[in-house]
Structure formats: C-alpha cells, structure tokens
Design a protein around this ligand. Structure first.
Ligand SMILES: [Zn+2]
Length: 374
C-alpha cells in the first residue's frame, strides 16, 4: 500500500533561498505553459512537449528533468478540467521524482535546484523512520509561508500482509460523547478531546468577536495546534485499537464512510468541524494501520446501531434516554450508549465476515440479532 511521509526539511538559510527561488521559477514556468496549452486546447503531454520544451528550458533556465515535471503537472491539471485555464501560484508544490531527488542515508535528501543539487537534512519522527527506506522517490516539495517551513510529502510503498481469517470482530463506534468506543467496553479519549474542543470553540468566539488581524493570526495558530494535538490523539488511539484486534486475531468493524460523511454534514456541522475532521482522520489512521498489521477491516451500515438492543433486538428511539445512556425498553439492558453501539457494529461485522458474499447493506436488524447469538 502507498503511504505518505511528511518530512520537515531543515535547510540552511542559503538552501532555503535556493529552494524558494526554484519553487517560484517552477511555478512561473507552469503558469506560462498552462497559458500555451490552454491556447492550443491540448493536454497531450507529447504534443505540448514537442512544441514548448525547448522554450521552457531556455526561458526559465530549468534542468531537463524539472522541465519534464512542469509539462506533467500542467497537462495533469488541464486534463482535470478542460473548461478553465489552470493557474499556478508562486509557492505551489514542486514535484520531484527519482531523477531529480534522492534520499541520502536516513535523514537527508538530495534535491535539484536552479543552482545545482543540494543535500538538505530532514527531521524524522518514529512514524517517518519506518518509511524512510521505502520511499519511492516520488515527492512533493511544499512551502508553508506561515512558518516559512519546507516539507517533503514523500510516497512510500509498504508491503501489507494478507489478513488472516479473523476469529471474531472488534466493533468500533465513533461517537460524539466518546471519540471512540469498542465492543469490549473500552471508551477512548472522549473527555480530553471534548474539553480541548470546547476551549478552542470559546477562544474562537472571543477572537472572532475581536476581528483584528492579530486575532485572526492567533486563531490560525491555535487551530493548527489543536489539529496537531488531535492527530496525535488519533495516532495513539488507532494504534491501540489495531494492536488489540491484531493480538486477539479479530477483524475491526467500523461504520461505512458514507454514513460518517452524512453525520459530519448534519446540522450544527459548523460546531463540529474539528470533530468531523477528527473522525475522518481517526478512521483513515485505523485503516492504514490495520492494513499494515494484517487486520481485516469491515465497513458496516450503522443505521439503528445506536438504538438497537444487542440482547433482545428491539429497535426503539426510547432505548436511548440520553446521549450517553442506553436502556432497553423491552428487556431492561442498560449500558454506555457508545459501547452498545459498538456491540451492534460488531454483530453487523460478524455477519459480514461470516457471509463474505452478502452485501453489507442488506444485513437487517434481525440479522444483527441472529448473529449476536452465534
Ligand atoms: Zn433489549
């Protein structure tokens, strides 16, 4: 599977200047060529190359390989929508490949610039370290003007083991009260993140009321900080969940992505922007970590999973007296609402794993009941 490592470069001031100049020239070349391609109404790489390659190199002083990247980037952008002329901002990403970039050792990268090759150190965390020796040489150089930082988004090809036959399913509910709950009864990271989100929400209101430029800047900084925090929480949480499933030879069942998107689009979405983002990220972290660990992931339709009783199968809104509690009006089963939902998701997951050819969407609530008795 393909994974992307975000490597923070640590260039000297001279190297940073060289990268920035190269980036500006690369994008100026893209923008010029986009005008030509649009004028000619062609996104055919070979045609564009035959007509403009020489001029591209001469006028912009680009090396052969970089000129080829410009051609590819412009033609790809134009191909996506033939109605508009693509434009390129001065600090858009530069695309590097194995011919104009190379990883040197474990923590440096050699990059072509207008003033020749430079070898730039980069910072590696634990996650990136596992990827560095698998980097394929395909990478985007990105500049973040707020921090004046350079980042390399490098693609790595990582082998994934064939998932074994699961012996059971661990259900996972992504919730509002708790960030996640599993069918074993563990609840994850609800309180901490809710507190953080609330604090952020209050701060945002205060700063938005101020409306000054410095308030806006502070707000942006805060948001990035919250997002880093949240990403860190998601990494830790997804790792725990996947390890739990792997060590007990279980598959993971999650609600399917469409349902998740609908939930994010729900009213009050504004207030849940960060939360919605966190959901989607947590899900993607779980998916790639599961793939790496050989844990099967099943997507289930979460309809009614929050109001179905996993013991007697009764579906009733009244089973959910509050957001946090579940109490079955039929049999009296009581519990944490998110845990009950996770148990229902587990039952749906079991049904799907045991009947691999059945459509996930046709597993009915009575199927839930039947499979939870198996
Ligand atoms: Zn019941």
């Amino acid at each position: 599977m393909k994974l992307v490592a975000k490597l923070k470069l640590a260039p000297t001031p001279e190297q940073a200047a060289a990268l920035l100049v190269t980036m500006e020239r690369f994008n100026a070349a893209c923008d010029w060529l986009a005008g030509k391609a649009f004028g000619d109404r062609t996104a055919n790489k070979y045609l564009v190359q035959r007509r403009y390659y020489a001029q591209l190199r001469a006028d912009f002083g680009l090396g052969a390989q970089m000129a080829v990247r410009v051609l590819a980037k412009v033609c790809d952008a134009y191909k996506r929508d033939k109605k508009i002329r693509p434009t390129f901002k001065p600090h858009g990403a530069i695309v590097y490949d194995q011919r104009n970039s190379r990883i040197v050792g474990l923590d440096r990268v050699s990059l072509a610039t207008l003033s020749g090759r430079i070898v730039v150190p980069f910072l590696v965390g634990e996650y990136q370290r596992t990827l560095v020796d698998r980097l394929k040489g395909q990478a985007d150089l990105v500049y973040e003007p707020q921090t004046r930082g350079f980042f390399l988004y490098a693609t790595a090809e990582v082998p994934t083991p064939e998932p074994g036959i699961p012996q059971d399913v661990l259900g996972l509910d992504l919730g509002i009260v708790n960030l996640a709950a599993d069918s074993d009864g563990s609840l994850y990271a609800g309180a901490v993140c809710t507190g953080i989100r609330r604090r952020y929400h209050r701060l945002r209101q205060r700063l938005q009321a101020k409306g000054t430029r410095s308030a806006k800047r502070l707000l942006k900084q805060r948001r990035r900080k919250e997002q880093r925090f949240q990403a860190n929480v998601n990494h830790i949480l997804s790792k725990q969940l996947v390890q739990n499933a792997a060590s007990t030879h279980r598959a993971l069942a999650l609600e399917d992505l469409k349902a998740l998107r609908d939930r994010i689009r729900a009213p009050q979405a504004q207030r849940r922007v960060l939360h919605g983002w966190a959901f989607a990220q947590l899900r993607s972290f779980v998916e790639y970590k599961a793939a790496l660990a050989g844990v099967k992931v099943v997507a289930v339709n979460p309809r009614n999973t929050s109001r179905t009783c996993p013991v007697c199968g009764l579906i009733d809104k009244a089973n959910r007296p509050t957001q946090a509690r579940f109490r079955c009006v039929g049999c009296g089963l009581e519990g944490e609402a998110d845990t009950i939902a996770a148990q229902n998701i587990r039952a749906l997951g079991r049904a799907a794993v045991m009947l691999p050819h059945a459509s996930l969407l046709t597993v009915s609530p009575s199927g839930v009941e039947a499979s939870s008795r198996l």
